[in-house]
Design a protein around this ligand. Structure first.
Ligand SMILES: [Fe+2]
Ligand SMILES: [Zn+2]
Length: 447
């Protein structure tokens, strides 16, 4: 099938102000004054769109049940704050909180699936405003607290709350975006500030951390969050000029916008680029762009190009041998995925843009090649037009969501002693720490 080619680009790819695709908000405001103050300075002043932390309704003490009725397949509860929910019998039985069904020490269900009667029903229900006691058809007895049930209500609002606890809503940003700024010392000494950083990283995919300690501060910070994601380039790797480099990163050449490790099926979620020694002449700036913003722009303005990029599988590869002892002696990575990888719910899971590691072997037919290149070039031009450039100073560190944002580097002199050190953190670990901090500090849901 012939596809339309996207060869002549709109003169203005720099999209900043459509109603549904606004530049990102600048500030995370919290529900406490200390947290509001802790939001910190940024590189330039900017418009503020407040996004308050929202305490999960379930943590409010004292929610009570005003009506409890037994339906055909569920217990139906009206809470005193106006929330109504049905709680299916099978769910209640599966989630019995008694010591023989649930182990509080491991937060794990002990009740075996092989013992679940999916047609289970209560023979007796007793309740007051705080608790419900159920006797089941097999004689087992369960008790449930009002607060516990309220947190698990089968309502759109409760489902939305928990979905946001699972993964924060991402906010696309375009040209003119300003880095949220944090310092190493506050991140390792102030858990609230650490939570704010993890929130910013999950929502916007970009931040600047200053005053990094010289000796692998990048690893110290990652290990304060969780642990380093190792790759075949080692635990942390040094980005500096090398003779006969096994990766273009280890040269002084311009690097176009890309995400690292596109040749992994499971791409590391975050990349940290710490500047140990910046190039003193012109060049060496770090360029960043938001692939989510560009993907949304294409989806709205060039749906055919967007469809090509989300449905055309590409191979990405990295073949080579170790350049330094920390690297794998020999490697041959090969991934297969579209440039824009979405999940079944339509969430952008990963962007793969890497001119240096996209394979020349293709998984698409010859007639689809030119339209694919046209779509990819359009996507790249939107990213380029909406990118932000910043020249790190010694001690700075740029942190990026590597599955979403792209980074590049402007060319610098080949004789330069510019030296960065870089390491990765998996998104699972960053989110794990964010949830743990929310739970421990009492901020169960963020908007
Ligand atoms: Fe890179
Ligand atoms: Zn039980």
């Amino acid at each position: 099938m012939a596809r339309r080619a996207f060869c002549s680009w709109p003169s203005l790819l720099r999209a900043t102000t459509t109603a549904s695709l606004r530049p990102m908000s600048r500030k995370i405001q919290t529900g406490s004054s200390q947290l509001i103050q802790a939001t910190g300075s940024r590189l330039r002043s900017s418009e503020v769109a407040e996004q308050p932390f929202v305490i999960h309704p379930g943590v409010r003490a004292g929610v009570a049940m005003s009506h409890v009725t037994k339906g055909e397949r569920s217990i139906d509860i009206a809470f005193d704050n106006g929330i109504h929910s049905a709680f299916p019998f099978v769910w209640l039985r599966d989630n019995c909180q008694c010591p023989s069904c649930f182990d509080k020490d491991s937060s794990s269900r002990k009740f075996l699936l092989e013992n679940l009667n999916v047609e289970e029903y209560p023979t007796n229900v007793q309740s007051n405003s705080e608790t419900i006691q159920i006797t089941w058809s097999d004689g087992h007895q369960s008790e449930y607290q009002a607060d516990w049930l309220h947190q698990r209500a089968f309502t759109d609002a409760a489902r939305s709350d928990y979905s946001k606890f699972h993964a924060l809503t991402q906010v696309p940003w375009g040209a003119g975006h300003e880095f949220e700024r944090f310092s190493f010392d506050e991140l390792v000494s102030d858990d609230r500030r650490l939570l704010e950083w993890l929130v910013v990283m999950e929502k916007t995919g970009l931040s600047l951390v200053t005053n990094m300690p010289e000796d692998l501060g990048v690893c110290k910070l990652i290990e304060h969050v969780a642990f380093v994601r190792k790759t075949h380039y080692g635990y942390a790797f040094h980005v500096e000029n090398r003779p006969s480099a096994n990766n273009l990163a280890f040269t002084s050449a311009k690097l176009g916008l890309h995400n690292d490790l596109a040749y992994y099926e499971y791409i590391p979620g975050m990349i940290m680029l710490q500047c140990l020694k910046q190039h003193e002449g012109s060049g060496g700036e770090t360029q960043v762009s938001d692939g989510l913003f560009a993907a949304e722009y294409l989806r709205q303005h060039h749906p055919e190009a967007h469809q090509i990029l989300r449905t055309s599988p590409m191979y990405f590869w990295d073949k080579g041998t170790a350049g330094v002892p920390a690297e794998s002696p020999r490697f041959y990575k090969l991934s297969k995925a579209p440039v824009l990888q979405y999940d079944d719910a339509g969430n952008l899971m990963a962007v793969r843009i890497s001119q240096h590691s996209r394979d020349s072997c293709m998984a698409i037919s010859a007639e689809n090649v030119q339209p694919f290149y046209a779509a990819m070039r359009l996507f790249y031009d939107v990213m380029e037009a909406n990118s932000v450039t910043y020249k790190m100073q010694n001690g700075d560190m740029v942190a990026l969501d590597n599955r979403r944002c792209q980074h590049g580097r402007l060319e610098f002199e080949a004789t330069s002693t510019r030296h960065l050190v870089s390491a990765y953190l998996d998104l699972d670990e960053a989110r794990c720490r964010r949830r743990e901090l929310q739970d421990r500090l009492g901020f169960f849901h963020l908007q």
